[in-house]
Design a protein around this ligand. Structure first.
Ligand code: PLP
Ligand code: CA
Length: 302
């Protein structure tokens, strides 16, 4: 069975929405910034919400940076956000391993960039792989057998601009041959927007390679899976009905909010356009939509 949601409504009375929740979770790219550029009106909007006593949380599926590195990015954009308010999928991967008491004497094989390595290190985990495996080539001679570390108990896959066949084979050997080895994905975004000239293959492309070779589905820790939502609700002691999830993407952000039982607001400052939202092919309807979060400053009751 499934429930059909009402069609998304244009946000007309922001104060009513703001008063109805105690926490706002903001997706980052497409809501707070676009690439390295701050979206207009964001600092004033966040200040207003803080002055009303709202808790602000920032969630991103982009695993290339750690919490600390994102803290620097917020700071460089003139935003006053602390590391503890930031939940990136890199952090989520390490937090997930902690949550299941992943043994410290096991290793993690990383297919991904620096953010994942930094978070694993901070959590006290041993890892191998990462960008340094990007230069490795396999020389196929007759009888060649690739060795792999039998102490690898988890393979974490995220967006990786240094992805290659070596990493696919190494990760596949770990998942297939090490008993109980976990297969964890930071996110499965099909595309990302590295430049605004075109869509670029996202983290889902690296995850798809490994799921293709292992014939296993990963455990996803990023949006739209509920792991980060459960984690942060628990960490801050907040009830999910008191959260509004704000994002620019239907299949990650809005689904993430809906999977968590939160209110949802789609902003059109990122990848989703109004025709995409209103297309008969789209089944994901947020509660509300608006152009950008700074509409909070102008949309008052009539
Ligand atoms: N993954 C990568 C590699 C990205 O570059 C981006 C956006 O820049 C994302 C995921 C999506 O990030 P967010 O969840 O903040 O929209
Ligand atoms: Ca986004």
């Amino acid at each position: 069975t499934f429930t059909t949601r009402a069609l998304a409504q244009p946000l007309t009375n922001a104060d009513e929405l703001i008063d109805s929740v105690e926490t706002f979770i903001f997706d980052c790219d497409g809501v707070i910034w676009k690439g390295d550029k701050l979206i207009g009106g964001v600092p004033e909007t966040l200040d207003m919400l803080r002055s009303k006593g709202k808790r602000l949380v920032f969630v991103t599926n982009n695993s290339t940076k750690s919490r600390k590195q994102y803290g620097k990015k917020f700071e460089s954009l003139g935003l006053n956000v602390s590391e503890e308010e930031i939940f990136a999928s890199s952090f989520a991967a390490a937090a997930y391993l902690k949550s299941i008491d992943f043994p410290k004497d096991k290793k993690v094989y990383v297919i991904g960039e620096d953010g994942i390595l930094k978070e694993l290190e901070l959590a006290g985990y041993q890892y191998i792989g990462g960008p340094e495996d990007g230069g490795k080539k396999i020389e196929l001679k007759p009888g060649f057998l690739m060795e792999h570390d039998e102490d690898v108990g988890a393979v974490v896959v995220g967006f990786d601009r240094y992805f290659n066949y070596y990493k696919i084979q190494y990760g596949t050997l770990c998942i297939r041959e090490n008993p109980g080895c976990l297969f964890i994905a930071t996110n499965r975004d099909a595309v990302t927007h590295l430049t605004d000239a075109q869509e670029w293959a996202g983290g889902g492309s690296m995850v798809g390679a490994l799921s293709g070779s292992t014939q296993r589905e990963p455990l996803v820790v990023g949006k739209p899976s509920t792991f980060m939502m459960d984690y942060l609700a628990n960490e801050f002691g907040i009830s999910k009905s008191q959260i509004c999830m704000v994002g620019d993407r239907l299949d990650t952000d809005i689904l993430f909010g809906q999977n968590g039982g939160c209110k949802t607001l789609l902003v059109l400052s990122g990848v989703t356009t109004l025709p995409m939202l209103q297309s008969p092919n789209n089944a994901i309807q947020p509660d509300f939509y608006t152009n950008k979060i700074s509409d909070f400053l102008s949309l008052k009751a009539a």
